[in-house]
Design a protein around this ligand. Sequence first.
Ligand SMILES: Nc1nc2c(ncn2[C@@H]2O[C@H](COP(=O)(O)OP(=O)(O)OP(=O)(O)O)[C@@H](O)[C@H]2O)c(=O)[nH]1
Length: 317
Amino acid sequence: MAETSAGHGTAPDYRAGFAVLVGRPNAGKSTLTNALVGQKVAITSAKPQTTRHTIRGIVHRSDGQLILVDTPGLHRPRTLLGQRLNDLVAETLSEVDAIGFCIPANERIGPGDRYIANQLAGVPRKPIVALVTKADLVDRAALAEQLLAVEALGREVVGGEGWSDLVPVSAQDGYQVKTVEDVLIGHMPSSPPLYPDGELTDEPEAVMVAELIREAALEGVRDELPHSLAVVVEEIVPREGRSEDNPLLDVRVNLFVERPSQKAIIIGRGGSRLREVGTAARRGIEALLGTRIYLDLHVKVAKDWQRDPKQLGRLGF
Ligand SMILES: Nc1nc2c(ncn2[C@@H]2O[C@H](COP(=O)(O)OP(=O)(O)OP(=O)(O)O)[C@@H](O)[C@H]2O)c(=O)[nH]1
């Protein structure tokens, strides 16, 4: 559970990195994400209030690893909050290795798409893969027409050759989902795997345990710890020497915050708050796992982890 490096032999041309799918509401981002990562559970333990840098899922292949992160969605800034949100989005976009821009096949390109296209064009030197989604909803002629329109948008907004790639896809029936995967992984940098294969995403229980602890730790201090808490379940192991009818699980967990002041908030005076967090979380975890647990919580400072998606990898996310 706690390993942060994958054990499998890494191919010399192995690629790994981060990608984000953007597009206006309803463009098919979530459905495509699910189609790419399969049935694996999205990791929710890193989920801050903003969905920035939340990992939605990981595509594991023998030749590479594609980590799909979330953004709060691109909105046209109407309010200051909107502007802040867009700054966050811009930051996320600048930190990923590739961007997938989703435009539905069955709707004309509108101002929302143009707005996003312009935002994307402002991110320097970033592969942008235009994805014409929901291809199953239109016939071949209409799909061809939309592809031409999306290509024209790319030349107009990005300039030069336009988008790095243009791929029609249907998450619904699986058409070209593999191609999307190939194209995105092709844009990832040469890198060893950033996440151990299948870990966490394959273990909904660990994810839920982390989420329960996160909830307990944020209770009452959300304002002071807005987006700065990551919970990593290091291990869940049966205590040796216990009889079968009286089992105990040792649950070892690290809580990562960004600053020493935040660590002090979590721990509380004389450790009082951390004890409360442990008690509250333990109840939920025991209910979840159906067995008694010993919960071992450690609070650590990992500076600026949120701003660095690769750091998340090192933390085992
Ligand atoms: N027929 C068809 N429908 C799709 C496809 N992909 C998504 N949809 C549908 O389109 C709607 C929106 O899809 P989502 O994946 O939720 O879109 P989204 O971009 O994540 O939306 P927001 O969360 O609002 O940003 C849903 O009703 C999906 O079922 C597809 O490939 N084919």
